[in-house]
Design a protein around this ligand. Structure first.
Ligand SMILES: [Fe+2]
Length: 276
């Protein structure tokens, strides 16, 4: 196994590895790289949905998928992202994640690691872009770091759902299952003790702040992370597995021509600790 830097400040590329037969020492090395570098790009894999789930389980407790309608039919813990429709039924979620976010931040114990695996990919578009909120935090002046250390942020699935076009409103049961949660704006990574901003566009608003002012702060911190900071844009090929640590990374999807191309991706998410 070879691990190389992807960008100077974050991300690694991993070569010469078969994720189906990961040894204990390889797993420890990958976990260390993930904690420190935030994103791992692992090309040329050959994984079934069940094998992807097994990979996820080697990194922690796999979460249930929030949206039951896009579960893999045989492996329900695998979430399907796709624009393919078979027999009138969409295989997966065609349309999500275009705003910068961190996965499932609206849970009390949000996602630590996301495993995204490509089966079919369009020749252009449908990239996944990454930016580091740890790099963004490190670049803040110390006075602002102190100020932000004390801000708490409400994360809301309801707020995210409201941005989904043509989606049916959430049911009372869904709302009850997904209440808003409060997390610190600055969270500490449990393994490296490094601090990172923790926020998502369309999902988070600071507590105790005028909503307009709070929205402006989120947008400003977003811009500092994703415009002023380095961004890695992953161009997918079939067989690519990308793993990221949501505790220090933001990501978003870019669009593609859904009429011209097919896209099929499997996703597994591993639960993290309550942010602190
Ligand atoms: Fe996501």
């Amino acid at each position: 196994m070879n691990i190389r830097d992807l960008l100077p400040s974050f991300g690694s590329t991993v070569d010469n590895i078969d994720m189906r037969t990961l040894s204990v020492s390889e797993r420890a090395e990958l976990k260390k790289a993930l904690n420190e570098r935030g994103v791992l790009v692992i090309r040329e894999q050959s994984l079934s949905a069940a094998e992807l789930l097994e990979v996820g389980r080697k990194f922690g407790l796999v979460e249930y998928t929030v949206r039951g309608d896009f579960q893999h039919p045989d492996v329900p813990d695998v979430y399907v992202i796709s624009n393919i429709v078979e027999d009138g039924k969409p295989l997966g979620n065609p349309n999500d994640g275009f705003a910068w976010h961190t996965d499932l931040s609206f849970l009390e114990n949000p996602t630590a690691f996301t495993f995204l695996y490509a089966i079919e990919t369009p020749p252009v578009g449908a990239n996944t872009e990454f930016a580091s909120t740890q790099v963004a935090y490190d670049r803040l002046p110390p006075a602002q770091q102190d100020e932000f250390d004390h801000i708490r942020v409400r994360h809301s699935y309801e707020m995210l759902h409201a941005t989904r076009r043509n989606a049916a409103p959430l049911s009372a049961e869904e709302l009850q299952r997904m209440p808003d949660v409060i997390h610190p704006l600055v969270r500490t990574h449990p393994d490296t003790a490094r601090k990172a901003l923790y926020l998502g566009l369309n999902t988070s608003l600071p507590v105790g702040m005028d909503p307009e002012e709070g929205q402006k702060l989120i947008e400003d911190l977003m811009a500092r992370t994703t415009i002023n900071g380095p961004v890695y844009s992953h161009e997918w090929q079939p067989g690519d597995l990308v793993i990221w640590d949501n505790r220090l990374m933001l990501h978003r999807a870019t669009d593609y021509d859904k009429k011209a191309y097919r896209r099929l991706m499997y996703r597994v998410t591993v639960k993290g600790e309550r942010p602190f």
